[in-house]
Design a protein around this ligand. Structure first.
Ligand code: 13P
Length: 252
């Protein structure tokens, strides 16, 4: 086991209103009251961030945004800026989820700017990467991930890297029930750490938390967490039920 503190993050995607989120927390906070050395993050929709932040203020649960624009303000209809999130006490932000890349045309160039601005504003970015089924079949997994990492992290230095969290989410495993085997998840996470070490140095790379995402469930979290380079999970579907997500958080 490494000495990196595990992170278990629940990405609610476009699920849960404020009323639903409050009901969830009623159950969830009791279930995770004694978690020990694990960081727990919930990532709700923008409209729920503020409420969730106040409802979790007496707990160790952190609240993250699912996206953020790179500009401070401007004529960008429908977008949310770094100061807007800071004002409501948000410190973590998911960037470059495959659904953002695929459905909202987010590019590696956008993400490089988002990562820089997030760090400048004092956020901890959770930068996502991962290959499609076709890319894996064609043997292009490493090439794709290397490109996503090196371009997404192009504007930062080794000292900043330590606060970045990487989420490896193979697209073929998201919402499909097809979890990557612990071996595949470990192999790719190790590759990610090697890329980071080559670019930023071994010390910085050793500090980075690498999360696995893609059909994580109470039944498979333990074996994933046993792998050397997997430092946590980014959970979609199974984070929507408080009891399932609490079981994942309590993976030990
Ligand atoms: P699932 O856990 O539903 O496969 O989603 C993973 C994901 O996309 C988390 O960001």
């Amino acid at each position: 086991m490494s000495n990196r503190t595990p992170i278990i993050a629940g990405n609610w995607k476009m699920y849960k209103t404020n009323v639903e989120a409050a009901a969830y927390l009623d159950d969830f906070l009791d279930l995770v009251a004694d978690i020990g050395n694990v960081e727990v993050i919930l990532c709700p929709s923008f409209t729920v961030l503020s409420e969730l932040r106040s409802l979790t203020s007496d707990s160790k649960v952190r609240v993250a945004a699912q996206n953020m624009h790179f500009e401070q303000e401007g004529a960008y209809t429908g977008e949310v800026s770094p100061p807007m999130l800071k004002e409501i006490g948000i410190d973590d932000v998911v960037l470059g989820h495959s659904e953002r890349r695929e459905y909202f045309n987010e590019t590696d160039t956008d993400l490089a700017r988002k990562v820089v601005e997030a760090l400048k504003a004092g956020f901890r970015p959770i930068l996502c990467c991962g290959e499609t089924d076709e890319e894996r079949e064609a043997g292009q997994t490493q090439e794709k991930i290397k490109r996503q990492l090196l371009s997404g992290l192009a504007g930062i230095d080794a000292a900043q890297l330590a606060t970045v969290v990487i989420a490896y989410e193979p697209i073929w495993a998201i919402g499909t029930g097809k979890t990557a085997t612990p071996q595949i998840a470990q192999e790719t996470s190790k590759f990610i750490r090697e890329i980071l070490a080559a670019q930023f140095g071994r010390d910085a790379a050793q500090q980075v938390r690498i999360l696995y995402g893609g059909s994580v469930k109470p039944a498979n979290i333990k074996e994933l967490m046993a792998e050397e380079d997997i430092d946590g999970a980014l959970v979609g579907g199974a984070s929507l039920a408080a009891s399932d997500f609490a079981q994942i958080v309590n993976f030990r």
